[in-house]
Design a protein around this ligand. Structure first.
Ligand SMILES: Cc1cc2nc3c(=O)[nH]c(=O)nc-3n(C[C@H](O)[C@H](O)[C@H](O)COP(=O)(O)OP(=O)(O)OC[C@H]3O[C@@H](n4cnc5c(N)ncnc54)[C@H](O)[C@@H]3O)c2cc1C
Length: 451
């Protein structure tokens, strides 16, 4: 009987998974995940995200088990582990999805191609839906995204048979991977948990998402980002579930569903753009910004990291990120305000901010994180100034994100006695710092630099 290795990477599911489906149709399957120290110990890897990934792997193992299969775990450099596994198991080849999250991964995959070719072994790469090997304009990409999202999901194999003699390592604990838990609450990982979040969206959020997605305390967003990052659910499944959900003629539900569909498309769009701009992992798109140099002051950077800037909305975001890893608690707007403060108002290198985010975010995803950071810091565009966003972190931000002050008061309890109207520019409060910068002057300086 044919034997095919399916190499899972950031596609930790059995539904809508083309490599797995095709491998199972051919015969026996060897589903493998390789713990790769180069990624596990990458400076941008956060322990909370690794903990979440372990949960997704446990869930994948259970899902494979429900179809008669199991997950084979190995550790090491995939460039040696996988050819060794092909040789040891007599597999005919490897099936895997492409993954362009990091330059390291692209180089690793090219090295693997070469290593396999040297031994006369085969690998077949599959493109995830709405991921394209060729460059195209965004309007073209948008049409392609809709087309791919409308296609029927790949069926889940009814049976997954794994050769019984192949041994697996046991699922490691976080500490076995040289990570120390950092006390963040880790959401349940895996396909069932992701589907549950979608259900909660319909029961509890779909009539208010559009209006409340900028209010972190409303927790109106889905919380799907860590699942999407590790592929515990396919974006296509999210899209089709949304499209099939009844809107009961309620324009609020309709509007919210459209908005969420657009956001899901943005996420795919960032991954696609990043594929052609891999340098954004390491530097600004317009290198002049890096060549001109960035400001750096260790005390100010530290104040920004720990939430002691004297700007309540910024400090709430800082503390929330470190305590929760951002899952459900730190939405797009609060991330953007927090990021803009470092890159624009403090004039510090956005890469330091992206690094800090990646170390803490449970949904940390290099293409979205680096691209968003670069955009918020104004270094992705040189001529078109409409892309420059310098958020005012004062009362304007409070009114737009946290009009009742719930988010700020939760994370900055020193200010719990103030009224929402005082949270933009609080009066002196014992134990809370004075603002570390003058907004108008800092803004003016950044605008001049960008021009
Ligand atoms: C500086 C900065 C860094 C960010 N870093 C990340 C990151 O590392 N990983 C990440 O997944 N998102 C990142 N985002 C985007 C956004 O904040 C998160 O996707 C969102 O908060 C995730 O919560 P959710 O799944 O509940 O969102 P929902 O509103 O429920 O959205 C559903 C999905 O749509 C996609 N999405 C939503 N908003 C955006 C957006 N603005 N840009 C791109 N995709 C989006 C995500 O896949 C998300 O899971 C970043 C934003 C900023 C400003």
């Amino acid at each position: 009987m044919n034997r095919t290795i399916v190499w899972f990477r950031r596609d930790l599911r059995i539904c809508d998974h083309e490599p797995l489906f095709r491998a199972a149709r051919r015969g026996l399957v060897i589903p493998i995940f390789v713990f790769d120290r180069s990624l596990l110990l990458h400076p941008e890897t956060g322990s909370a995200r690794v903990a979440f990934m372990l949960d997704c792997l446990a869930s994948l193992e259970a899902d494979l088990h429900s179809r008669g299969g199991r997950l084979i775990l190995r550790s090491g450099d995939p460039v040696t582990v996988l050819p060794d596994l092909v040789a040891a198991t007599g597999a005919e080849g490897i099936y895997a999805y492409t993954d362009c999250e990091r330059i390291y991964g692209r180089v690793r995959d090219a090295r693997l191609n070469a290593a396999l070719a040297d031994h006369g072994m085969k690998i077949r790469w599959f493109e995830p839906s709405a991921s394209l090997p060729n460059l195209m304009s965004y309007p073209q990409y948008r049409s392609r995204w809709w087309r791919d999202m409308a296609a029927a999901p790949v069926p889940t194999p009814p049976r997954i048979e794994v050769p019984p003699e192949i041994a697996s390592d046991t699922l490691p604990a976080l500490t076995d991977l040289a990570h120390v838990p950092d006390d963040k609450l880790i959401p349940a990982g895996g396909t069932a948990a992701a589907r549950e979040l979608l259900t909660q969206f319909f029961t509890d959020k779909s009539d208010r998402y559009y209006w409340q997605l900028s209010y972190p305390s409303a927790e109106a967003t889905t919380g799907l980002s860590p699942h999407i990052k590790f592929g515990a659910i396919s974006v296509r499944e999210c899209v089709q579930t949304l499209q099939q959900a009844p809107d009961h003629g309620d324009f609020r539900i309709k509007r919210s569903q459209q908005q969420l569909l657009a956001r899901l498309r943005w996420g795919s769009g960032f991954a696609q753009r990043f594929r052609y701009l891999p340098q954004l992992e390491l530097r600004s798109l317009y290198t002049v910004f890096d060549e001109d140099g960035w400001e750096f002051d260790e005390d100010l950077y530290r104040a920004w990291q720990v939430g002691q800037t004297g700007f309540p909305i910024v400090d709430a975001a800082a503390r929330c990120l470190q305590a929760t890893g951002g899952w459900q608690a730190l939405n797009f707007r609060s991330r953007a305000i927090y990021a803009s403060f470092l890159g624009n108002l403090l004039g510090m290198d956005w890469r330091l901010g992206a690094l800090h985010f990646m170390r803490h975010l449970i949904d940390g995803d290099c293409p979205i994180d680096h691209y968003q950071w670069a955009m918020q810091s104004g270094v992705t565009h040189c001529l078109d100034k409409s892309w420059t966003r310098i958020y005012n972190p004062g009362q304007v931000a409070v009114d737009r994100c946290d009009p009742e002050g719930h988010f700020i008061k939760r994370w900055v309890p020193e200010l719990a006695h103030l009224s929402p109207q005082q949270l933009g520019t609080p009066p002196p409060v014992d134990g809370y710092p004075a603002p570390i910068l003058d907004y108008a002057a800092a803004r003016q300086k950044r605008v001049s630099q960008l021009e």
